[in-house]
Structure formats: structure tokens, C-alpha cells
Design a protein around this ligand. Structure first.
Ligand code: NDP
Length: 407
């Protein structure tokens, strides 16, 4: 029985809050605050209709630390769940420190003026969280989040060591739009247009964005082109799996998506440096995000499946030599929409955010020796999350492959 405060009212938040309400024995009192209160109210109305549970709503600018501290002190939650944007991670962590409350998010901090996805800003809070006796759990979404837990589950149960790791993120959904992103367009385009980086022999190797492409046949989707890109869990995985020789991240994009993105990039619409427009400073990418379809409106028309998983090769636990395993989840956009009113990409992120919250609130995930501090998903016991994925709508499957990936 716990009180929880969720920040942000986009697609991920909507799924997470619905799932919390469906588990009222764990989340007995749910509070939702965001920049636009009407979006919180719309989520609360849907939750009431689908579950009968009440959600209290508030307007907040999460970058205003004193206002956040006041709100936390008023509500007295056991946990603050940050489902706003990566820019708000540090101010929300500051507010949690001041109010003495645990923290969870799904994406690492990014400064607004640089497309840099790095954990060091948040890792630098470790000692302060430890001294305050509170815990911050970073990246409890699908990728990062479940992909890290999949990897650590393989390393606990199947492989003594992991030599190579490939994370494969396939969205086989069709939303019927010429160009749209499945989560916040600004964050998504910053991520996709950044140079690719992968881990190889102890260092990150940089290559131009979207320059390496491979076709892969995804179960429940079919053959798709996937592109190598940088993703933040490569930083935490390479830290917590010291023997890792090569770690890569792949995401599928259709030809139409690539065509639109290339044009938008060539005409300067994906830039993050301010430009003067009619006497005002605007950021081209923010303007573009404002005219693109909102991810939370795509649910109704999206059909098909997501298929996200990891392929790991290493020394088998039973001493039988080198083995390769593929572990993944397939999620139906239509089923996600029917259950929560949101498409599959929001669903695959919002469900692990709810599960990570439940594991923290129940004390199952409590940091090293129950002490406070800032932790990544790789540092937690993977088993409780793996069990809860099966029970809460994201079942997974593991198979042994014939050998290491050939790409
Ligand atoms: P949305 O853009 O749909 O929602 C973000 C919400 O945050 C909006 O309601 C927005 O308010 C609110 N917000 C923005 N700025 C502030 C602020 N200063 N104060 C308070 N609220 C604010 O994003 P998504 O739901 O798609 O994504 C949410 C998070 O999940 C992002 O951080 C994203 O990177 C992450 N994510 C993680 C994934 C994973 O697998 N780990 C996958 C997908 C997403 P307003 O409504 O006014 O705009």
C-alpha cells in the first residue's frame, strides 16, 4: 500500500498510470503532475473508466525545483516516477534529494543544447542519494530497462560470461502516417540523428549516423532493415559486464521514415541550435516536433507488433563451451491500445516503469545491501522483474541459436 507521484502525462505515463491503477494493492494512492494539467485529467478520466480508481492531478513545471519540493511535501509519496523528458531528470532528482524521496526514470539525462546520452550526470548523484538513504533507479523502461535485465538474466542463468551482445529493437507497427515517431519526436530524432557508437574491445567506436544497415527476420513482424545506432544502455552494460568484447544496438526503420528524416535533416529541420525566426529565437527540432503527430494520438490507428530483444554469446554456465541465446518480447499494438488506450511503444516502456516502481516500493529492489544511492537496472536481481513481465502483459521467450550472429 503506497503513495506514488508520477511526473509527465505523455504516452508512457498514461500506460504506467493505468497499470498502477490495475494494481491498486501495490499503488493505493496515485498522483499525477505535469506541465499541462488537462493531459493529466484526460489520463485520470480514462483510468477511472477502465479501473474505477481515482488519480489526483496537478500542474507542475518539473524544472522548478522549489515547486517540485512543495508538491512532494504536500503529497508525501514513497516514490517519484519521472516520465517527463530526459531534460527534467536532474531537477527532479534534486527535488527528491531535498524532500528525501526515492526516484525512478526511464531515460538518462540529456542537456537541451547537446544531443548527449550519458549517465555521468546522474551517477554523480550517487553519494548524495546514499547519504540521504534514498534510492534512484535509472532507466526502468524497455530499452534501456528490460534489455539490460534480459542481458543480466542470461548472465545469471545461461552464460558465465558475455563476449558479444546485440540489442535488436524492432517496431513492426504501421500507424498510417507518412512520418511520425512512436515516442517524443524531439528525443527520438535527437537519438536517431546522433552518430552511431558501439562498444568494441574496451572503447566506444563512432561511425556516421545510420551508416550500417542489416536485414533481420523478426518473429511476428517479418524481415526488416535495422540500423546500428548508439543507445544509452550500452554505457551501463559495458560498465557492469567488464568482459564484454562487443556491444551493439540496432533499431528498425522503414524506407519511408529514412526518406523523410534525410530530407528534414538536409533542410536543417532537425537542428538543435537556436535560429532567429520573425524576431524570436526558435529551435528547428522543437518546431518540427510541434507539427508532427503526437505519439499518444497514434494508438487508435497503429497495427502490428513490436519485437525487442537481445542476442548474447558467451561461455555456457554448464561448461559446454560457447553458446548463443536470443531473448525477446513481442508486443501487439492493438492489444496495448485495447488495454490502456496507448500504442505498443508507450506500453513496452510504461509497463516496466510500473514494475520497477512496484519492486522498489515492496523493497525487493533496494540497492546494494538496502543502502541508498543511484543504481542502474543491471545492478538489480533480474528474476523478480522477469517474473512480473510475464504477469503484466510483456511475456518473454528465450531460445538457443545455432551460433553467434553473422552480422
Ligand atoms: P511525451 O512527450 O509523450 O510526454 C512527456 C510528458 O512530459 C508530456 O506530458 C510533457 O508535458 C511533460 N513535460 C515536459 N516538460 C515538462 C516539465 N518541464 N515539467 C513537467 N512536465 C513536463 O513523451 P513519452 O511519453 O513518449 O516519453 C516519456 C519518457 O519516456 C521520455 O523521457 C522518453 O525518453 C522515455 N522513453 C523511454 C523508453 C525506454 O524504453 N526506456 C522508450 C520510450 C520513451 P506537455 O504535455 O505539456 O508537453
Amino acid at each position: 500500500m503506497s503513495t506514488v507521484l508520477v511526473i509527465g502525462a505523455g504516452g508512457v505515463s498514461s500506460v504506467c498510470v493505468h497499470k498502477m491503477a490495475f494494481n491498486a494493492d501495490i499503488f493505493s494512492s496515485i498522483h499525477l503532475a505535469s506541465r499541462t494539467k488537462s493531459k493529466c485529467d484526460a489520463i485520470a478520466a480514462s483510468v477511472k473508466q477502465r479501473s474505477g480508481q481515482d488519480v489526483a492531478t496537478y500542474e507542475i513545471d518539473a524544472e522548478e525545483v522549489p515547486a517540485m519540493v512543495n508538491l512532494i511535501n504536500k503529497i508525501q509519496p514513497s516514490l517519484v516516477v519521472n516520465l517527463a523528458l530526459p531534460y527534467q531528470d536532474l531537477p527532479i532528482m534534486d527535488a527528491c534529494l531535498e524532500a528525501g524521496v526515492h526516484y525512478l526514470d526511464t531515460a538518462n539525462y540529456e542537456p537541451k543544447d547537446e544531443a548527449k546520452f550519458e549517465y555521468h550526470w546522474q551517477w554523480a548523484y550517487h553519494d548524495r542519494f546514499k547519504e540521504a538513504g534514498i534510492m534512484a533507479l535509472l532507466g526502468s523502461g524497455f530499452d534501456p530497462g528490460v534489455t539490460s535485465v534480459f542481458t543480466m538474466w542470461l548472465r545469471k542463468h545461461k552464460l558465465k560470461t558475455i563476449r558479444t551482445l546485440d540489442i535488436l529493437d524492432c517496431n513492426g507497427g504501421d500507424h498510417g502516417q507518412a512520418f511520425a515517431t512512436n515516442f517524443n519526436p524531439e528525443i527520438n530524432i535527437r537519438e536517431v540523428t546522433a552518430p552511431a557508437r558501439h562498444w568494441e574491445n574496451g572503447a566506444f567506436v563512432e561511425t556516421p549516423a545510420l551508416s550500417k544497415k542489416v536485414e533481420f527476420d523478426f518473429e511476428a513482424v517479418g524481415p526488416k532493415n535495422m540500423y546500428m545506432m548508439y543507445h544509452e544502455e550500452l554505457e551501463s552494460l559495458s560498465k557492469f559486464i567488464p568482459e564484454l568484447e562487443r556491444g551493439r544496438f540496432w533499431m528498425t526503420f522503414g524506407d519511408e521514415y529514412i526518406k523523410h528524416l534525410t530530407v528534414l535533416q538536409n533542410v536543417g529541420m532537425t537542428g538543435i541550435d537556436p535560429i532567429k525566426y520573425q524576431g524570436k529565437e526558435i529551435i528547428p527540432l522543437q518546431f518540427l516536433a510541434a507539427v508532427l503527430p503526437k505519439p499518444e494520438t497514434l494508438g487508435e490507428t497503429t497495427t502490428g507488433n513490436t519485437n525487442i530483444g537481445v542476442i548474447a554469446t558467451g561461455e555456457a554456465m554448464d561448461g559446454s563451451g560457447e553458446k548463443t541465446y536470443y531473448i525477446n518480447n513481442i508486443c501487439s499494438h492493438e492489444a496495448a491500445y485495447e488495454e490502456t488506450g496507448n500504442q505498443g511503444v508507450s506500453y513496452t516502456t510504461g509497463v516496466p516503469a510500473m514494475i520497477g516502481s512496484a519492486l522498489m516500493l515492496g523493497g525487493t529492489w533496494a540497492g546494494a545491501n538496502g543502502e541508498g544511492g543511484v543504481f542502474n537496472m543491471e545492478q538489480m536481481d533480474p528474476d523478480p522483474l522477469m517474473e512480473m513481465l510475464n504477469a503484466h502483459g510483456l511475456p518473454w521467450n528465450v531460445v538457443e541459436m545455432d551460433g553467434p550472429v553473422g552480422f
